[in-house]
Unconditional design. Structure first.
Length: 221
């Protein structure tokens, strides 16, 4: 039997939709916490939301300072990060540096510097907007990339470092120099996010990572 073209298109769309869903459920590494504290108290917490070890050798953090469109600092990661575990990078002179997985004197953002996480040349996640020297905040200024500890509060959706950045959309503010949650990922209620609890969501369930646009293109094709 020959399917008519419209049924064939629907079947293809459903197959492609399945592909979209499958891809959307393959998260990798993302930034779960960002600490922009006093002096050199700077840190990033990364979370491996896959069911596998991640070899970090091709991963790096880039920092685009003060609206620059070229990275002014590159911090290469290394080692292996187990499934469901965190990796903390701290400034070498941070007061909590001895608790970090990696330290670097280049981790010197101060609120108006875009931070990008890459695997090779693929962008995995970002904070801020490359080319902008704004100190990013939500409308009221209660959630800001300056002088705050920010924890990822919801499903990861904004990974694009080139568009407008609203830290209030996916981040919850904690006080300056509150480094008590560095190295811990989870939410007290088990929801997606990092709010100081220790109950991570089940992995591969809800964190949307960057493959979606490609797959959407496939659906549209
Ligand atoms: Ca700066
Ligand atoms: Ca963005
Ligand atoms: Ca944390």
């Amino acid at each position: 039997m020959k399917l008519n073209p419209s049924i064939s298109a629907i079947v293809w769309s459903l197959v492609s939709l399945y592909t979209v869903t499958a891809h959307a459920e393959v998260p990798t590494l993302f930034i779960s916490e960002y600490l922009e504290g006093a002096s050199n108290n700077k840190a990033l917490e990364l979370y491996n939301n896959t069911d596998s070890n991640l070899i970090l050798d091709n991963y790096r953090i880039e920092i685009y300072f003060n609206g620059n469109t070229s990275a002014g600092a590159t911090i290469k990661l290394s080692g292996t990060l187990a499934a469901g575990k965190t990796y903390v990078i701290a400034h070498s002179s941070a007061s909590f540096a001895d608790t970090a997985d990696k330290t670097s004197g280049s981790l010197s953002f101060n609120g108006n510097d875009a931070v990008v996480l890459k695997n090779g040349d693929s962008i995995l996640d970002s904070i801020g907007q490359i080319g902008s020297s704004d100190y990013w905040s939500n409308g009221s200024g209660t959630v800001s990339t300056q002088n705050m500890d920010l924890r990822r509060s919801a499903t990861v959706t904004d990974i694009d470092p080139t568009d407008v950045f609203d830290p209030g959309a996916q981040w919850t503010d904690y006080s300056l120099d509150d480094f008590s949650d560095l190295g811990i990922y989870g939410a007290d209620d088990g929801s997606n996010g990092d709010d100081g609890g220790d109950n991570p969501p089940s992995r591969n369930s809800a964190v949307m990572m960057p493959r979606l646009p490609l797959a959407v293109c496939k659906v549209m094709a």
